[in-house]
Ligand binder design. Structure first.
Ligand code: PEP
Ligand code: MG
Length: 622
């Protein structure tokens, strides 16, 4: 039966495919397709891992047998028996074999997929004792995964594909067609998402997450349809169900009828045509109708993303989120040489165009490692994050600074510091940059002339800009955090996503004030938060005087189209009126009339609401 789930639209476009449910495991699991010739060895890898855990339990049972009843309570022996039984259960091993043989999933992927299938069955059990055995199953699968880490894993084939042949008779799609896979998980960390960068999935759905959570940001950078905050999706959708993601409307349609499939298939092709049309703007300079030049830069997460930035027509990188080099390494930080090589690759990849490297911004919803998730702090977003983390570990920070400075000899480089709020933090940061330069001088190592900038992403920074203008060459406004901290809502929490309002007058005031003061002081100001890549805001930001936008490469052409159609002079007059509104202008249709001027950006913002309604109606109709 067709039903739809509503979440938050994070990455545009339509994806149609089969659901792959990913169990929430604390062990990072790779997902890739194997070749048919590898089937036997993949099954063998799981069996070797499983047998290692069986041996471990047997050894434990032996040692327990030699203990007295006090040291080895009966419950422990019973628990180990349950673990052995679950491990040797045929449903687990047969299921794993099925996913490897029929779908060519790699061993770890097959194991976690089967875990998900069996876990569902446990969830549905009436007996509470049996229901609770799900936790045991998760534990033993985790043990097998860990044991498998010690078992040689084949190299991931370089050409992992986004689709897989299916043998099912499928609605409108015949069995000779490659069927895309859609990943559904309760939650995915930014480092999980990163793993999926060269992956097999054509779309993502998560139960939790906000529109500007880092998981959503990475999903957007992959430029494939995604919906987050789709609450119960990982429970309502079953393994292998047909799913449609409407990434524009934030809607997931499950088990669609043939008519719905055809309708979305049409929409998907239409989207592709629209995108194709935009490519004609690739080599057109971004200049407004009244001759204002606008800089359109790319946000990247990995050095290899530079190629995509160039391809999308970016005139530089406005934000290289260096923290992704630090994640998923079991807490082991990259050394100076590793970092230098990575920054060098990004700089060389940009072929002489400027690259702004932001120093590490871990913490909050970007843990270094999944297993190191910091649940100890109640408010990680307000905790030891970004520059606070760097200043707390000067040796680590100096290592990164030296690596960036060294890499700057390979092309124009700028250094960007996140999350600053205090004058003393600024002074310490500047002192450490000087020290990093001095250390390189002492070692006789060359470095380039690097401009230093600060992110303006804490309201205190925007309100006390003078000290920033004194010490820094340029400013970059991080609207994602600026909105989070101004409105006191967690950007990663879908339950307060409705309060995440980029058009709140306080937010617009801080953004406009930063642009105006920066300009008056003769400093470059750019916006690198998600607002910069949202065409609904291009005209307003231009009206505020912004001339530098940094965004996901996939957004550049759409934003360029807005710039080419804009008259910056007229927009400046109109922006003054928008800034004078006492209520967020685009939140309700009723506000449409409030906006005069050349562009009703409220209409554009409401398009997404319209699309959601349309999608809901469509799902109901069928
Ligand atoms: C921001 O806060 O707007 C920003 C660009 O940084 P990040 O999203 O990485 O926190
Ligand atoms: Mg930020």
């Amino acid at each position: 039966m067709t039903f739809s789930i509503h979440g938050l639209a994070v990455a545009r476009g339509i994806a149609i495919g089969r659901a792959v449910l990913v169990a929430s495991s604390r062990v990072d699991v790779a997902h890739y397709f194997i070749e048919a010739a590898q089937i036997e060895s993949e099954i063998e890898r799981v069996m070797v891992g499983r047998n290692a855990v069986v041996d471990e339990i047997n050894r434990l049972q032996d040692s327990i047998a030699h203990m007295g009843p006090k040291e080895a309570p009966h419950e422990l022996t019973a628990l180990l028996d349950v673990h052995l039984m679950l491990l040797q259960d045929e449903e687990l091993s047969n299921g794993v074999k099925h996913w490897i043989t029929e779908r060519l999933y790699n061993a770890e992927w097959a194991l976690t997929t089967q875990l998900e299938v069996i876990a569902r069955q446990f969830d549905e059990m009436e007996d509470e004792y049996l229901r609770e055995r799900k936790a045991d199953l998760e534990q033993i699968v985790e043990k097998v995964l860990r044991a498998m880490m010690g078992v040689a894993s084949p190299v991931v084939p370089p050409s992992v594909r986004a689709t897989r042949k299916t043998s099912q008779q499928d609605l409108l799609l015949d069995d000779t067609v490659d069927v895309p896979l859609i990943l559904i998980a309760h939650d995915l960390s930014p480092s999980d998402m990163l793993q999926f960068k060269q992956s097999v999935f054509a779309g993502f759905i998560t139960d939790v997450g906000g529109k500007t959570s880092h998981t959503a940001i990475v999903a957007r950078s992959l430029d494939i349809p995604a919906v987050v905050g789709a609450r119960l999706s990982s429970q309502l959708v079953r393994q292998d169900d047909w799913v449609i993601i409407d990434g524009d409307a934030g809607v997931v349609v499950v088990d669609p009828s043939a008519i719905i499939l055809a309708e979305y298939g049409f929409k998907q092709r239409q989207n592709e045509l629209d995108r194709g049309r935009l490519t004609r703007l690739l080599h057109t300079p971004a200049v407004t109708m009244d001759g204002q030049e606008v800089e359109l830069l790319a946000n990247i997460e990995m050095p290899e993303d530079a190629a995509g930035a160039i391809k999308a027509g970016a005139v530089g990188v406005g934000l290289f989120r260096s923290e992704f080099l630090f994640m998923g390494r079991q807490g082991k930080l990259p050394n100076e040489e590793d970092q230098y090589q990575a920054y060098k690759r990004a700089i060389e990849g940009m072929q002489g165009l400027p690259v702004t490297i932001r120093t590490v911004d871990v913490g909050a919803d970007k843990p270094l490692d999944n297993s190191l998730r910091d649940n100890a702090h109640l408010n990680p977003a307000l905790g030891l994050r970004a520059i606070r983390w760097s200043l707390a570990d000067p040796a680590m920070f100096l290592t990164q600074l030296r690596a960036i400075l060294r890499a700057s000899v390979h092309g124009p480089t700028k250094l960007l510091i996140p999350m600053l709020a205090h004058a003393h933090e600024i002074r310490r940061t500047v002192a450490l940059i000087d020290r990093a330069r001095a250390e390189l001088d002492n070692r006789g190592i060359a470095y380039g002339a690097v401009k230093i900038g600060a992110m303006i992403e804490i309201p205190a920074a925007a309100l006390a800009l003078k000290v920033f203008l004194k010490y820094f060459d340029f400013l970059s406004i991080g609207t994602n955090d600026l909105i989070q901290y101004t409105l006191a809502i967690d950007r990663a929490d879908e339950s307060v996503a409705h309060l995440y309002d980029p058009m709140h007058p306080a937010v617009l005031g801080l953004v406009a004030g930063t642009i105006a003061q920066g300009k008056a002081a003769g400093k470059d100001v750019s916006v690198c938060g998600e607002m910069a890549g949202d065409v609904g805001f291009t005209r307003l930001l231009l009206g505020m005087g912004l001339r530098s936008f940094s965004m996901h490469p996939a957004q550049i052409l759409a934003v360029k189209q807005e710039v080419l159609r804009a008259d910056a002079g007229k927009l400046a007059e109109w922006a003054v009126q928008v800034l004078a509104q006492e209520e967020s202008p685009g939140r309700r249709r009723a506000h449409r009339g409030l906006l005069h001027g050349p562009e009703t950006f409220a209409d554009r913002r409401d398009e997404s609401a319209d699309r959601r309604e349309e999608a809901a109606k469509r799902a109901k109709r069928h």
